[in-house]
Design a protein around this ligand. Structure first.
Ligand code: ADE
Length: 239
């Protein structure tokens, strides 16, 4: 019942990559999650191990074949495996912390990393893939996006984050706000002081200041998040 990630990729050497280090790496060695990679090319059937072909209708680039992908998926996702099959693509719904929380609370995930211009639409539909994007920019493949998604999930697994890395007051937390700024010693650095309230020892005032900073920064940088926060937590009239 450990949280399990299975990766379908043409570049299995990219994993675990950075997830073998630091917090995620320690958790992997401690058996708090597991990772298995599967080389899509191993499921090609012709002697050239072809995984892609020219796009129907013409145009540039190559498209990954549905038959090869379906065989690979069938090998990894056995009957009764409840994990979601996620295809990383810039056409997907934007990944957010709510989705990360849901994934981390489940049994794990199967991640399909595409290359070339994309994959045949029919296998996306036939396999009921969940299409996710990690942001509005284009990567050269889904592998780095898969690493990002896994990093975000694994740090939320039970026992992975210590008290020091606690997720209770971070950006995109329960309140849907960005985090307040942080300071440490020295108290004055290159003519810059730490905000006085933080050195006051007044916990309520510190909490108030941090909250105000969170709100100010969210309004300024992310009006979209601020609007959602206002809709959800109300606040009109300061009641
Ligand atoms: N593959 C290429 N670009 C991507 C993105 N932004 N998100 C997820 N997968 C991708």
């Amino acid at each position: 019942n450990r949280w399990r990630a299975s990766i379908l990729t043409l570049f299995p050497e990219m994993f675990p990559g950075p997830l073998g280090l630091s917090l995620a790496g320690r958790a992997l060695r401690d058996g708090r999650w597991s990772l298995d990679t599967h080389d899509i090319r191993a499921f090609a059937t012709d002697r050239h191990r072809t995984v892609d072909d020219t796009p129907a209708g013409g145009g540039a680039g190559m498209v990954m074949r549905p038959d090869v992908l379906d065989t690979a998926i069938g090998e990894v996702l056995a009957e009764g495996d409840a994990r979601p099959l996620i295809y990383l693509t810039p056409r997907g719904r934007l990944l957010d912390q709510a989705t990360v929380r849901t994934l981390a609370a489940g049994p794990g995930c199967v991640l399909l990393c595409g290359r070339y211009e994309g994959i045949d639409q029919r296998v996306i539909e036939a396999r009921g893939m969940v299409e996710l994007s990690i942001g509005d920019y284009v990567l050269s493949g889904g592998e780095t996006a898969a690493l990002v998604l896994l990093d975000a999930c694994v740090r939320l697994l039970p026992g992975v984050m210590g008290a020091a890395e606690s997720a209770t007051e971070e950006s995109h937390g329960a309140e849907g706000l960005l985090e307040y700024p942080h300071y440490t010693r020295p108290a004055e650095w290159n003519g810059r002081a730490i905000p006085e309230v933080l050195l006051s020892g007044h916990h309520a005032e510190i909490a108030r200041w941090r909250r105000a900073e969170s709100e100010r920064i969210t309004k300024e940088r992310r009006p979209d998040l601020w609007a959602r926060h206002e809709a959800k937590h109300g606040g009109a009239g300061g009641m």
